[in-house]
Design a protein around this ligand. Sequence first.
Ligand code: FAD
Length: 538
Amino acid sequence: MSKTASANGENHDNTNVSMPHYLMWFRRDLRLHDNTALAALSERANEDNALVSAIFFMTPEQWHAHDMSLTQLDHIARTLPILATSLQKHLNINLTVQVCLNFADCVNALSTLCEANKISLIMANHEYEGNEIERDERLTKQLAKNDIEFIRWHDQCILPPQSIMTNDGDSMYKVFTPFYKKWRHTLDVSTIQTHEAPAVNNKAKLKTSKSSATTINDIENLSKKTVNNYQNVLQTNGLLAHIDIDAQLDYAREAYPAGEEAACQRLDEFIATDIDDYDISRDVPSLHATSQLSAYLNIGSISPRLCYLQATKALEELHRNDGNTLRNSDNNDINRWISELAWRDFYRHVLVEKPTLIRHKAYKEETDSKIHWSYSEDDFKSWCKGETGVPLVDAAMRSLNATGFMHNRLRMVTAMFLTKDLLIDWRLGERYFMQQLIDADFASNNGGWQWSASTGTDSAPYFRIMNPFSQAKTHDTDGEFIKTWLPELKDVPASILHSEDKMRKELAKGGKFSDTDYPLPMVEHKAARQLAIAEFKK
Ligand code: FAD
């Protein structure tokens, strides 16, 4: 240990020392375990006998401009004090949380921090969205003037963007299946490792501005204050008028306990039992049979590599125990889940390959000028509120509004309904999802929307349009999901909820629905489908 550090590694006045000072900048990687930048920084700091501190910037104005959902901001805010506690306890690192309005402020704040604390190296993990890339490039240039290094690591994917290319080696796959084959093969023939950060020898305390917090208590208070302010801003501009936002937050707080430990526990439980039967039950919304890890993956409370490694371990167990009953799952269940993790990688790789996506351009750019999308505000509002008269679509939208989460199958059904049955521009739906989802993630959300709208990579062929009534029949056979979210339909037989014709007849004769406010389906699916096909054919 250096002469200037105290016995517990604490060093309060780090400006008077000649030791180098390194900074870990946390972004969407709020964890200790398998955090690539954190591991690299801690190792290097120990080799160089450097001081270490960590920073996280809250950028509410920027987040608002990016349509970050309140549930996601709240999830980040709940995670920060837990991260700060673990960093101190396990790695001997102090975390500072600082409020900066936007990314430009962030760049300036980092320059000031570097100067005030004599920081010579910053490490962070890559972010792949346009504004984030611009911010990092601007910072790199600014820091270089003062010989400060800024090193970024690939960490968000299991295999980094641009590592899975077509066999001629210079382009990204446009279709998922060959991408997946190559991705899987690459993983099979290589060893992927998690990176563990060692505790650092020399903890430092950052000198910062007033709008920052360094003790766990202060971090907790600042986080709560930021959430409250953000909620007030959203409520004053009316975006959330149809949502009981306090109830949505309460639900998300209970359903998603914050922090790395909670995320790892969820992964362990999922791999231990729930993954069995995943291949089939993942498509039944009422079963809650998926991992629900996306909210954690997208703020980085858990590493995707860890998810992959746990799943492959389960796969190996399966082979070792072939013939006995240790696991009820089969290859298909586990492989299917691994392929979902690959979809997450795929959409990030696509975004890096085609940065125009961030400016909301269609992947198939020609569709932007050729398809005449509708912008009917009334129709869009009915969809947002879950008042379309199509039970599965309405139940899905109301579940989103109440919980901040929507099941994958229902994301496809609601997105297809908006873009095909109502012919509304996918960008409106994409934005609404970003504003509501606790797991909102630009790459996966954009990918999912463009898949549904048939404007994206590997998208659904334009003529294959999901019928929301048949989808209900297949995936909500007894109507349980619909009835949970549309209690006004609880006495209506599933056979009626699964058929547009029967619903219309029932309503016309003043049947089961007459004593509720439930509306008639706002469009006739068959006719809407024909219109959409005609529009796309043009
Ligand atoms: P699981 O079934 O347990 O899957 C495990 C993990 O694999 C997920 O946590 C997720 O990280 C990844 N994954 C699964 N399916 C997909 C997929 N189709 N595309 C990309 N990654 C996938 N996912 C988001 O994380 N954020 C979004 O904002 C988002 N928006 C979507 C919008 C639309 C229109 C559609 C069709 C899909 C969207 N998805 C999004 C993908 C998917 O719906 C969610 O990842 C999934 O529902 C999360 O639940 P889970 O964690 O229980 O998933």
